[in-house]
Design a protein around this ligand. Structure first.
Ligand code: GDP
Length: 419
């Protein structure tokens, strides 16, 4: 059957501006709640003599999730007309940042929520900045609690202009700015008479318009070499296809050396020979048409679309170690299956994500984000993460322990790219 494109989103904004309420509403309006759930929670509220809150839905689902009751135990999801929307992680906190920067989770888009009465707050601006830092380019802004400002078009325009200017200043153009009342439902899935002056998309329509990430299989081939095995006279190169696909007969380039060969055979490692192309996520063993030196950590790509080779990387990292990272520090870098000794040659930014103050650029403290220049002891193959989310990530070790992780922002090639 056809698979619906999936978009992974985060919902961010100042505390109490209505994130949980919006999620409860979205689950309801998109028909994603288990039968009877809403009625049950309403009955429980009535029995306890407390008003029903849409945020109870999220609480209830999260409790069930923690107890492993619901079938989908991992994530909160709902469907729009053409998309499966997956809600990832809790916004704003160190955990969320760490997951985003180290690649445990990646958002395709975000909803930034603002209370119409309170307007743009410093936390709102900070969340906008974090989205920019994390490379989230698709941001839908929601102006919530319009019922508290009598659905005033003027108030909406004012907030819309202020947040748009802030985001555009960061290089992010909002995909939509939507006036809503998450509590009452206006603008979430329907245009209601109270917002008849608004002609743009509802929240559900804005989510439906988000572009999903490009499937890994459609990116250029990246096969990081895990090991080389010798059987009689055959040499089998084993690894996991991180992106793209390969098949027998393909012309390949091995980076960082730039050596060229043709793939002779492909087997689905470690079991059987296979005929068709092998795509992202598959472990393969390949043989080549010639004897040449390659080693663990090399990355195989197709001619003309190979990864970059470099000894210098600019990275955005999330730092986990107790001891702050400083300029001149000796570290170990892991890029895919490659390990290399390296030196921090510059610290360009050191940011406390809680305050978003740019500390004086000398050290990156624990749970802070920074941008650094790394000089590697040997050439490595890699990609900027905007080109490839799999090979554009790195892990930093200090004394044998993971001390940080992050994104390859740019690569300063040691020599011209190989054809
Ligand atoms: P969060 O901290 O951002 O998740 O905010 P919540 O969803 O918990 O909402 C905070 C408070 O705002 C709750 O008391 C909600 O009932 C209230 N609230 C949320 N949306 C609306 C709305 O559209 N109108 C009004 N008047 N109150 C709302």
């Amino acid at each position: 059957g056809t698979t619906r494109p999936q978009v992974r989103i985060v919902i961010v904004g100042h505390v109490d501006h209505g994130k949980s309420t919006l999620v409860g509403r979205l689950l309801h309006e998109t028909g994603s709640l288990p039968d009877g759930k809403l009625e049950m929670l309403k009955a429980v509220s009535a029995r306890r003599g407390m008003p029903f809150e849409w945020s109870f839905l999220l609480d209830a689902l999260q409790t069930e999730r923690d107890q492993g009751i619901t079938i989908d135990t991992t994530q909160i999801r709902f469907r729009t007309r053409s998309r499966d929307v997956v809600l990832i992680d809790a916004p704003g906190h160190a955990e969320f940042l760490r997951n985003m920067i180290t690649g445990a989770s990646q958002a395709d888009g975000a909803v930034l929520i603002i209370d119409a009465l309170e307007g743009v707050r410093s936390q709102t601006r900070r969340h906008g900045y974090l989205l920019h830092l994390l490379g989230v380019k698709q941001v839908a802004v929601v102006v919530n609690k319009m019922d508290r400002v009598d659905f005033s078009a003027a108030r909406f325009s004012e907030i819309s202009a202020e947040i748009s200017a802030h985001l555009v200043g960061l290089g992010v153009t909002p995909t939509a700015v939507v006036p809503i009342s998450a509590r009452d439902g206006d603008g979430v899935a329907e245009h209601t008479p109270r917002i008849e002056w608004y002609k743009g998309p509802t929240v559900v329509e804005a989510l439906d318009a988000l572009e999903p990430a490009k499937p890994l299989a459609e990116l250029p081939l990246r096969l990081p070499v895990q090991a080389i095995y010798k059987f009689d006279d055959r040499r089998i190169v084993a690894g996991r296809v991180e992106s793209g696909s390969l098949k027998a007969g393909d012309e390949i380039v091995i980076m960082p050396t730039g050596k060229i060969a043709k793939i002779k055979t492909v087997e689905s490692w470690p079991v059987t020979p296979v005929g068709g192309p092998q795509g992202a996520g598959r472990s393969v063993g390949i043989t080549l048409d010639r004897e040449l030196f390659l080693e663990r950590g090399d990355i195989i790509g197709h001619s003309g679309q190979s990864p970059r080779d470099t000894r210098r990387i600019r990275a955005r990292i999330f730092w986990l170690h107790d001891k702050p990272l400083t300029k001149g520090e000796q570290i170990l870098i892991r890029l895919g299956t490659k390990e290399s000794r390296a030196t921090v040659v510059a610290i360009e930014k050191a940011i406390d994500p809680g305050a978003l103050s740019n500390e004086e650029n000398s050290a990156i403290a624990r749970n802070h984000v920074g941008e650094i220049d790394i000089s590697l002891a040997q050439p490595v193959a890699t990609d900027p993460y905007t080109d490839n989310p799999r090979t554009g990530r790195l892990v930093i070790e200090v004394n044998g322990r993971i001390a940080g992780g992050g994104l390859v922002l740019s690569v300063d090639a040691g020599r011209p790219a190989v054809p």
